[in-house]
Design a protein around this ligand. Structure first.
Ligand code: FMN
Length: 181
């Protein structure tokens, strides 16, 4: 059997992203997140569930934006290492050796090594138990050549990294077609 507190292991695997933010003093922050989902087509809004007090929510609230960066095979080890807890004036980018990518519409940087960077403006937040559901309106998408296939992530080429639980991950690299009426 499974304890109800472990329910999230059944919503699995979950596509995983890194979220980049900028502190008011200009320190770039990065962390991996798997409680993440698109929540509206129009306007285009992404939701991510962030534990209270984490740098990601403090920065997004104070500086007003963040970048959602889908985790793919080529930089998955670095992206997952961004979980390390650093002081608010220390950057995971420098600590891990990932390069910042200047964003087009927001202050938070993207990740140079990542094929896709989704720029979001802070939209709203909702307290949900011990987490905050952070909502961001998508304002710009940067995708490198070949990163998009049929209007979606080119998972066959890039491999979409998904979290299962603990140190278990899945890498999605193929699709199947199921007819819809
Ligand atoms: C694969 C993976 C997925 C994670 N998903 C979440 C999540 O959805 N929400 C959350 O609050 N923390 C999540 N974490 C933990 C955060 O990444 C970690 O607490 C990190 O230090 C937060 O960074 P920050 O304080 O810079 O925002 C996850 C960690 C890993 C490795």
């Amino acid at each position: 059997m499974i304890d109800i507190k472990e329910y999230y292991g059944l919503i699995s695997p979950r596509p995983t992203v890194c979220i980049s933010t900028m502190s008011p003093k200009g320190t770039a922050n990065l962390g991996p997140y798997s409680f993440v989902s698109p929540v509206s087509f129009d306007p285009p809004v992404i939701g991510v569930s962030v534990g209270k007090g984490k740098d990601t929510i403090l920065n997004a609230r104070q500086t007003g934006d963040f970048v959602v960066i889908p985790l793919t095979k080529s930089w998955m080890k670095e992206g997952i290492r961004a979980e390390i807890s650093l002081g608010r004036d220390q950057s995971e980018f420098e600590e891990i050796g990932l390069k910042r990518r200047l964003s087009k519409k927001v202050k938070s940087p993207g990740v140079m090594e990542a094929p896709v960077n989704i720029e979001c403006e802070y939209w709203d937040e909702i307290r949900v138990g011990d987490h905050i559901w952070l909502l961001g309106k998508v304002v710009h998408i940067s995708a490198e050549e070949g990163a998009i296939h049929n209007g979606r992530l080119n998972i066959e080429e890039l491999g979409s990294v998904c979290h299962v639980k603990g140190e278990e991950f899945c890498i999605s690299e193929c699709t199947t077609t199921i007819e819809r009426d």
